[in-house]
Ligand binder design. Structure first.
Ligand SMILES: NC(=O)c1ccc[n+]([C@@H]2O[C@H](COP(=O)([O-])OP(=O)(O)OC[C@H]3O[C@@H](n4cnc5c(N)ncnc54)[C@H](OP(=O)(O)O)[C@@H]3O)[C@@H](O)[C@H]2O)c1
Length: 258
């Protein structure tokens, strides 16, 4: 299927590794001009080169901390100037720490709000005039399956992602007239460094992953490219009538019916 993405321009945030990197690579493979951002400039540049070597398409790397308003504003200006338009925004960030509710103080809550909710609102607001100018757009938020069923120790993540779900619903309502769609993609367990860091230190990582996979109907942990495939579809012309949704990529792990 031709997704009609050739020569579209996409911003993918938190993209030097993990889910963001896989999304950038998948979009680039479809001929999208991709601009990637994350904090470590060296790592970001290496990722850009790596993707270009695979897809043959140039990637623009601009270092940014998504929690820093001034740097994000500068990032969006540079990204818009790179190819003269922005068609697709993939909001993503490093996830908040895991722990029980009682262990998080005000500062931890403020930080989680800044990184996982406010940053998504800010980048969306900043790309809006560019999408309104071209008369179409795609905003895709990477959140977490914890918005669908309880995930232990994820109170910061869950609380902020629930905010993104509400925000996206309102944005889909308000931005539909501009032909801009807004959707959320909710990963279950996908094999990235973030997941690896949550494994018990005293167990063989392969065994620990197998143990985690036992409760997943498809019997395995997901691959970043499996989530990236959905994001790429949501970015495409074919997904023009999908807006305001939250779609899980979790191997069936969420048993909730709604
Ligand atoms: N993998 C899963 O199973 C899973 C499940 C549910 C939800 N999620 C969520 O999906 C998102 C991506 O997770 P992942 O698994 O891809 O994580 P990852 O492999 O740890 O990658 C995180 C990426 O985010 C970048 N980043 C972190 N903080 C940033 C900041 N302040 N500004 C800009 N970039 C930043 C990192 O680069 P720098 O450090 O250089 O900035 C890196 O490129 C997270 O929010 C996570 O909570 C993941």
């Amino acid at each position: 299927m031709d997704l009609n993405l050739n020569n579209k321009v996409a911003i993918v945030l938190a993209a030097s590794k993990g889910l963001g990197k896989a999304i950038a690579a998948a979009l680039s493979a479809e001929g999208v001009k991709v601009i990637i951002g994350s904090r470590d400039a060296g790592e970001l540049e290496r990722t850009a080169k790596e993707i270009t070597a695979i897809t043959g398409n140039e990637i623009t790397a601009i270092a940014v901390d998504v929690g820093d308003a001034a740097r994000v504003t500068d990032f969006i200006e540079k990204a818009a100037a790179a190819h003269g338009k922005i068609d697709i925004l993939v909001n993503n960030s490093g996830g908040p720490p895991f722990n029980k509710f009682e262990h998080f103080d005000d500062e931890a809550w403020q930080q989680a709000f800044n990184l996982s909710l406010l940053s998504f609102a800010r980048t969306s607001r900043l790309v809006l005039p560019h999408m309104q100018k071209t008369g179409s757009g795609r905003i895709i938020n990477i959140i977490s399956g914890s918005v669908k069923s309880v995930l232990a120790n994820s109170v910061l993540s869950t609380s902020m992602r629930m905010g993104v779900v509400g925000m996206a619903k309102l944005m889909a309502d308000e931005l539909g007239p501009y032909n801009i769609t807004v959707n959320n993609v909710a990963p279950g367990m996908i094999l990235t460094d973030r997941l690896k860091h949550t494994l018990p230190k005293d167990t063989d990582p392969e065994l620990a992953l197998k143990e985690r996979a036992k409760n997943i109907p498809l019997g395995r942990i997901g691959k970043p490219e499996e989530l990236a495939a959905l994001v790429t579809f949501l970015a495409s012309e074919q997904a023009a009538y999908i807006s305001g949704t939250t779609i899980q990529v979790d191997g069936g792990a969420n048993r909730g019916i709604f």
